[in-house]
Design a protein around this ligand. Structure first.
Ligand code: 4NP
Length: 164
């Protein structure tokens, strides 16, 4: 097992690691930069499948992110077991990703849906909003992804800051 990160860390996970989770990582890093917190936290992303491993993020997602000031720099990789020890928090984009992570041994106390960090989410009454997969749809899907990520990111940071 490699060492845990020295700073509080979050791993964003989707299916392919070329659309949603690279965007989540980039949006989180933009937020850190605007808060002057870049050196204090670590973010990464991965996919539950390795089909796109080694590839940059999908060009449509990179373009949509860049238009809002988010630079997607990640290279796709598959989640590995070690990630569950190394990251303080694992954030899944949809229910299927979450189930795959838990089946693979992720710690349920430290693995959550992105939608649970949305400002109006109430875990007593709400089913968490999923981040819909934009891969096979049109341009609007990438904007929906970014809207959700931008809305939830301050909650992800607050969770890391307060040891959720
Ligand atoms: P992501 O999107 O999980 O947000 O990276 C997808 C990327 C690739 C595929 C599906 C979703 N695919 O089937 O190849």
């Amino acid at each position: 097992m490699s060492d845990a990160h020295s700073s509080p860390s979050v791993l964003f996970v989707c299916l392919g690691n070329i659309c949603r989770s690279p965007a989540a990582e980039a949006v989180f890093n933009t937020h850190l930069a605007t808060q002057g917190l870049t050196e204090q936290f670590t973010a990464d992303s991965a996919g539950t499948i390795g089909h796109h491993a080694g590839h940059p993020a999908d060009g449509r997602m990179r373009d949509a992110g860049a238009a809002r000031g988010h630079t997607l720099t990640s290279v796709a990789r598959q989640v590995v077991r070690d990630d569950f020890d190394r990251f303080n928090l694992v954030v899944a984009m949809d229910q299927s990703n979450l189930e795959d992570l838990l089946d693979a041994g992720a710690n349920p106390d430290r693995t959550r849906l992105l939608g649970t960090f949305l400002p109006d989410y109430d875990d007593d009454i709400d089913t968490p909003q999923e981040v819909p997969d934009p891969y096979y749809g049109g341009d609007r899907g990438f904007e929906v992804v970014l809207n959700l990520l931008e809305a939830a990111t301050p909650g992800v940071l607050a969770a890391l800051q307060h040891d959720f």
